[in-house]
Design a protein. Sequence first.
Lengths: 286, 286
Amino acid sequence: MNTAFQKLTMINDAFVDRLEVSDRGLAFGDGLFETLRLSRGCAPLWNFHLDRLEVGCARLGIAVSRAHLDASFQRFVSAIPAETNAVLKLIVTRGSGGQGYRPLKTCSPTLIWQCLPLADTAHLARDGVVLHRCQLPIYPNPNLAGLKHLNRLDYVLAAKDLPEIPDIQGLLLDHKGNLLEAIHHNLFFVKDNVLMTPRMSEAGVKGVMRRVILERIAPACSLSVREDDFSVDALIQADEVFLSNSVRGIWPVKEFEQKSWAVPGIVTAQIQSQVEDIFTGMVVWQ
Amino acid sequence: MNTAFQKLTMINDAFVDRLEVSDRGLAFGDGLFETLRLSRGCAPLWNFHLDRLEVGCARLGIAVSRAHLDASFQRFVSAIPAETNAVLKLIVTRGSGGQGYRPLKTCSPTLIWQCLPLADTAHLARDGVVLHRCQLPIYPNPNLAGLKHLNRLDYVLAAKDLPEIPDIQGLLLDHKGNLLEAIHHNLFFVKDNVLMTPRMSEAGVKGVMRRVILERIAPACSLSVREDDFSVDALIQADEVFLSNSVRGIWPVKEFEQKSWAVPGIVTAQIQSQVEDIFTGMVVWQ
């Protein structure tokens, strides 16, 4: 199998893999990113990623249009063989220029695409993962909450100390000890048939799959939803727990500290099935 | 005058100016930086910058030795003509590799040097600057407080909305409305002959020049020092206010909102003179 495309990189319109060191993405983390699943050559949630990028660019004041982002996506995907399964990563930076932190109004954004291998994680979707409580809290920052921006040192530091075992995923708490998310996933749990998820108003990354679940899948499954602040105790008392990610889909949680769950739970299986339909193209949302 | 060296860039040992896009410095802001003043070919505070880098690398778990950093500095400076005045910027990233946020233990750090022009700011050191209160607060993050790390979006967003007038500098407050620092400088003020500066235990960048002032210049000038939490009112009631930066030196503040000061104040002038002696090599500290 020819896998050369799995290292394909495009910066703006050029298929190169090196970036000028003056770029503000490197200097200050001045930008955003997305990772999206390419399933048999299609990125079924691209429009949802575009929505988040538009919101993020507006909040950071990065001048790039939805049409420009979409044209860049189309150009990159057209260079990848049809029917490919892969992960596409897009970094959008403010570009180069400015006096230190202060950007020039004329900065021209940099779009960086990478095509990366899609790991086979079917066993984790089937058998579930263990949640491990990270010691490092994530502090609130309403300036940036919800965005998938490039300032991710807190997540790196939290991840650094995790045991290197593939089925262990890190649970992040906020500074008050409330649930926030998992390191690479959003966190959901079910109690008495209500789907619960942290509201993430002051910190964390609001995932594309989180939005799909809340806005599309939960209504389709007639599930009540509650976004709120939750304690660790609420998690331990849950009937089911699962993690969501727009590349990896839905992973049931089988264990957290003293508690274990049979996986997948009924609601988790329902949501997994809906997500599978998205990835296989059986359901298309725009 | 040949100024080609002012665009000189070195990545690890190679004089190139483009970085692999897989570098974690770009992906996650996973690294640190320093900007240092090269005065007539010498960087008088390099050992202080090294101290801060060592502390930062230890806190982030980036494996790079002082000897390696110093050898890299020597190699870069030897490529710059003698007697040059410039700004040297060093970015130290964790390098490439890892599973998403979780770094590999074997990551090999990337050292990126840039030689940039040193702006002539003598008029600001002489005539002073105006402080402008930034609307965006800087939220506490004890995980990263004090470090000059690459996660600087808060500073970019605060700087973005400043008026584009050279002598206006942005004053950053914390989430409680207390003084923190200026966008590119640390903040000092004098009241009844005591030198005051925010203690910065939960946010902000503890500058090299700040340390030099607190540990070397203040004792040499028999000045009492107080690091504490201060309100904006304390600033308005100050006898003198100034900003410190290891490249730009000391800039007196001549105006903040309804208050103005004759510049430089007596203590400010004393400290400016000591800093000038450092930059001109008349005082050497190791």
